[in-house]
Write a protein that binds this ligand. Structure first.
Ligand code: NAP
Ligand code: F7E
Length: 383
């Protein structure tokens, strides 16, 4: 008999990688997706199976973390062996604009799932993974951060996730549930949402190289993050639920990098050196040097002449609209517990992650540019 997993947030970055990983392991995967006025399943379209196919291993259900009745019905109908609660309003800056909704989905949403499992008498069967976050450490009380480091959340997102963390621990202790928190540090990929900093950068660098954009405006360039690859991190989620005993685990690479250095590394990936000058909101990065062989290999010879003319020009600026009312300045995790108990190790380092994201975005932006030009020509033709 195949094991059954239920993934909330299956249309997101982690949901897509986890669904693929579990299907390869022979699971039947049920996923909860929100109703949207446009298709929102791009990340899992390669896994999608028509409802008329027999013995499907991916089945989608409409639902929402703010709707208890719907969650209880889906959990009752699917009787999952494992629930991965990945759904959340996951953007820290946006949580300052939508704090009440964020608390409802990211905080109370966790309670709704735990309570549904309890009321449906599924405690002996169903294991639960809660997507907790390094944002819980916020104004960090210890460096590096590990499972015992005290929390100090710094955004409505992090405060909502704090509730999610503790209600998971409470249900584990009160009702002997197999419920665990993965305290995951930032993890990125070609599937990362376009408004998170890494993807914003890899998209912008690709567009600048292709002549589709002059410059990118950023927020706080000095904050530091411990970035890993989402593919590595979904392996950890699975491993956490395979343990005999539930527990909470930090998942991180142990290396931290500034946003400024991430920008330098993304440009370096296409053979371009940028130099930062100025301070605070006046800080800019200038295009300083091109290694033409690398540029040709990564971007293409056709784009070199135009790009060469841009040497000495600004390609990065700062716009305070991206600053946060309270910032998390430094995150660096100590994943010793995951390494020793789960045998978990990341396969990607930051260079390999950036290479993966840049190769993807250059390809994607070339396609976008091509379609845009094609569309323009067709429009002209009809005029
Ligand atoms: P993501 O790409 O933003 O995906 C979030 C998913 O949640 C999407 O499928 C989204 O649906 C869904 N969702 C949002 N609100 C919902 C609601 N009210 N009801 C049902 N579904 C809802 O996030 P991710 O990067 O994959 O992260 C997965 C989880 O890990 C999140 O809980 C996040 O907070 C947490 N986390 C992420 C990181 C990280 O660095 N990526 C680190 C630590 C923890 P739509 O596609 O319709 O928007
Ligand atoms: O910001 C700075 C920004 O939005 C990282 C979520 O997945 O990871 C993520 O939260 C840093 C911050 O991620 C821009 O101020 C500078 O210091 O990519 P981010 P995040 O806030 O760390 C955690 C672990 C989660 O749990 C969350 O769900 O980059 N930054 N300039 C910028 N950030 C953005 N987004 N855009 C900028 O232009």
């Amino acid at each position: 008999m195949s094991k059954v997993a239920l993934i909330t947030g299956i249309t997101g970055q982690d949901g897509a990688y986890l669904a693929e990983y579990l299907i390869k392991k022979g699971y039947i995967v049920h996923g909860i997706k929100r109703r949207s006025s446009m298709f929102n399943t791009d990340r899992i379209d390669h896994l999608y199976q028509d409802p008329h196919v027999e013995n499907r291993n991916l089945i989608l259900h409409y639902g929402d973390l703010t709707d208890s009745l719907n969650l209880t019905r889906i959990i009752g109908e699917t009787q999952p062996d494992e629930i991965y609660n990945l759904a959340a309003m996951s953007h820290v800056k946006v949580s300052f604009d939508t704090p009440e909704y964020t608390a409802n989905a990211d905080g109370l949403g966790v309670l709704r799932i735990l309570e549904a499992v309890r009321l449906l008498n599924l405690i002996p069967k169903t294991r639960i993974y809660q997507a907790s976050t390094s944002e819980l450490y916020g104004l960090v009380q210890e460096v590096p951060q590990k499972e015992t480091t005290p929390f100090y959340p710094r955004s409505p997102y992090a405060v909502a996730k704090l509730y999610g963390y503790w209600i998971t621990v409470n249900y584990r202790e009160a009702y002997k549930m197999h419920a665990s928190n993965g305290i995951l540090f930032n993890h990125e990929s070609p599937l990362r949402g376009e408004t998170f900093v890494t993807r914003k950068v890899t998209r912008a660098v690709s567009r600048i190289a292709l002549g589709m954009q002059e410059k990118v405006y950023m927020g706080n360039l000095s904050s530091k993050r411990d970035w890993g690859h989402a593919k590595d991190y979904v392996r950890a989620m699975y491993a956490i639920l395979q343990q005999d005993e539930p527990s909470d685990y930090v998942i991180a690479t142990g290396i931290t990098t500034t946003i400024r250095d991430f920008l330098k590394m993304a440009f370096a990936e296409i053979g371009v050196e940028i130099v930062f000058k100025g301070e605070s909101v006046k800080e800019v990065a200038i295009l300083n040097y091109i290694d033409e062989n690398v540029f040709i290999k990564r971007v293409g010879e056709a784009y070199l002449d135009a790009f060469r003319k841009r040497i000495g020009e600004e390609v990065v600026g700062v716009d305070p609209q991206y600053f946060r009312p309270t910032e998390v300045d430094l995150l660096i995790g100590d994943a010793t517990k995951a390494r020793t108990r789960l045998g978990w190790e990341p396969k990607y380092d930051l260079n390999a992650l950036i290479e993966d994201m840049m190769l993807n975005d250059i390809k994607l932006m070339k396609k976008e540019s091509y379609l845009r030009k094609g569309g323009y020509e067709i429009l002209n033709y009809f005029e």
